[in-house]
Structure formats: structure tokens, C-alpha cells
Ligand binder design. Sequence first.
Ligand code: ASP
Length: 447
Amino acid sequence: MLENIICKFGGSSISGGAGGAERIKKIVLDDPRRKVIVVSAPGKAFEEDKKVTDKLISIIDKKKKDTDYNPEHDIKSVFGNYAHAFGTVAYRFEEAFHEILNQRINDLSDGGREAEDAVKAFGEEASARIMAPYLGAEYVNAGEVLKVTLDGKVLSVSEELIRQRLGGDQLHVVPGFYGQTLDGKIVTFSRGGSDLTGAHLAAALRYTYENFTDSDGIRSVNPKIIPNAKKIDVMTYREIRDLSVSGFSIFHEEAMIPLRKGRIPVHVRNTFTYPSEGTWIVSERVSDADKPIVGIGYRDNLCAFNIESLGMNEEIGTVCDLLGIFKKRRIPVEFITTGIDDTAIMLKRNKLPKYPTAVDEIMQELQGYLGDDSSVEFDDHLSGVVIAGKGLKGRRGILAETADTLSNQGINIKFMSQGPRESSMVYGIESVDLGKAITAIYRKYLA
Ligand code: ASP
């Protein structure tokens, strides 16, 4: 743990029933090391509701489609989320905010992306402006400290600005999700981008990063598959990267980059069960000899082009040329496995072009390149089960044990892949076996 703490509160932490402001205040004031608070826009007020950011995006869309659009009703609906999240604390601001948002919506008529981003950023800006006085803190506009390019890349000048403006002993509140270009244009990040704000501020200040969400931390398996899967107490940046597949997307992926570079400890924790501990993500941890893996992730909806061509292994550049067929269509390849004279090129099904003949076209091109004595087949409905953990490196027998666990369930392994770091292994299986495979491996290593 570093000396000071920066906390980020996500949309669901702010909403989650009335009293959001009070809940956050209690947490913030509970530890004097908490010096910088980053807030998102409020989430949904009730199950069928929409998050503030979604409502703002829909206002932008309506305005684009219909020049006579009257946003009044939708603006009211946005303020409904604030009233639900912050209660009476929000009412004081309503009139002023109404004017600001209305003005920004009007500006959409002759503004381009910049005007749209100004509307989207309003969600977090309003949250921060409400929270700052309530916490007795100073509000700092994110654009003052986060300087970005037009495509949302944070510029290195930001580091010094962040340290100068936020490095003192006072409590500051900063809106998440956006920065400003050097000439003052508001630019929002991709969805979930308040994580990025928090990560860049924590890395520049060298503060521990507390990421408050509505879940208890990171679970060892996606709870959709194993509802009571255990929470992970500590994991490394490498481990979370290896598991950056379904079930581990609790955190914006790009946010890991500055945190990992700066070796900033991250604590993902639950606003609603505070002070219970969540999951720590750190650069190093001691691994438990009995627990070689930390979590099980998966990639579903994979497909493969299976290729067999006599003498292929002796040719120079064949795999490179085959991959070129995917590269020129801008289709990312997930894995390649090779045998003698055969290879499988695996990709995510949803990355294939959408038109109906796309698969046939690719098959024809592969076949054309390889010639008549070769075969090309398309294999669909595949999944990859990913096991990862520090303890895998150098450990004898884990491949055999896992294969045995799957075979006892009657599951056929279609491919297997492990990188030279030995920090993760991928087992390719038919998608219908996914739940069964994960449950069996979980019982063996993590239950
Ligand atoms: N409000 C933004 C979104 O919904 C950013 C965030 O919450 O992190 O994506």
C-alpha cells in the first residue's frame, strides 16, 4: 500500500438506492489517506431505467435525427437519476445544471464530435460538482489535469499537471471519463472510461488505487457459470491480463497499462459491503503451493479454419501467408495450433465479416493458396477454457491432471495452447461442454 489513496466510484456505487452521497462520504472520510476522489455519472435508478451516460447518448442521437427535437422530457429523466443517487443534495444544483445541459444540447446543432463529447461528459462533471462541496473538497475539472489527443490518448504532460494540482494534502474531487485537448476541446474516453481517469491519476501521483464497484471484488470464475465462485484475495497484473477474457472484465482493460507500469497497487472493492476487503491487484505475490491457478476464464464463440496440406512443414512462410489472408481483412486471430502438415487458425466468430458468404470466401482463398492436394475445413462452436496463475510455471503434471479432469467428464480436448511463460494454458473444447469443463476444473483447483 502506498502512502495515499485515490478512490474511484463507479455509476452503480453512486446509485444503488438513495443515500449515494452519504454512503460515499462515510467511506471517503473513514481514512484520511484518501486524497483524490474520481466519480462516474450515476447508474440506473431502477431495474428498467438507463444509466445517465446512456441517456445522454440517446439525447445526442435524437437531436441528430430530428432538428425539432425537444429534449425537456429527457433532461428531466437525467435529473431523475441524480435525485435518486444524491437525494436533496442534488436539488440545489438542478437549476444551474439544467441550463448547462440545455446549452450543450443546443450546441449539438452546429458542433461536431466536440459538442457530442461535451454532452456525454456532463454526466460525470455534474456528479463531481455535487460531491465536492458535500465532501468539503475542492472540485477539479478533469480537463485541467488530463490532457488528451482527439482520439483520447492521455498526453505525458498530464503527469506534471496532475501532481501540481492534486498532489497536496487537501481532498479533491475529479470527474471521470474525459480529458481535454491542449486547445481546450472536451474528449470522452471509451465506455467505462472513468477507470482510465482513476488509473492515470493514481499512476502520476503514486497513490494506491481503490476502485469501488457493486461487487465484492474479482471472482475466480464468472459467477454466471459458478454463482458462488470464490473471490480472489490477491492477484498480479500478469494474472489478470492472462484472464482478460469473459468473466474478468470488471475493470477497463486500458486502465491496467499505467497502473502496471507504475506498479500501483489496486484494490477492487464493494461500496455496499465496505469495509470488507475486495481483490488486490499487485505486481508480485507469493503463490500458495496448493493453489497453482488463481482463476478460470473462457473465450466462447470461437471458430477455426482447419488446414491440412502435405509437406506444409517443409515450406517457408506458409503460416505467414495464411495469416496474411486474415490480416488483409482486418480479422484478429486468437490462437494458432500446428501439427505435422496441419494447422488450425482460430478466431472469434463475431470478428468474421458479417455478410453470409464470408466464411466460404476465406475458405476458397485458403484453398487457392494451398492447392488441390490440401483440405480446408471450417469448425464452429468452439470455446477456450483458460486457466492462469503464477503457480503454473515449472509445475509438473498440471497438463495431465487437467486433461484427466476433462476426460472424466467425457470432454474431448480439440486443441491446447501454452505460451513460453507457462503462466496460462488454454484448452479448446466444443462450446456445449464449456460449463461442465469449467465446473470440473474449479472443483479440482479452486473450490
Ligand atoms: N459513465 C461512463 C460510462 O457509462 C464512464 C464510466 O462510468 O466509467 O461508460
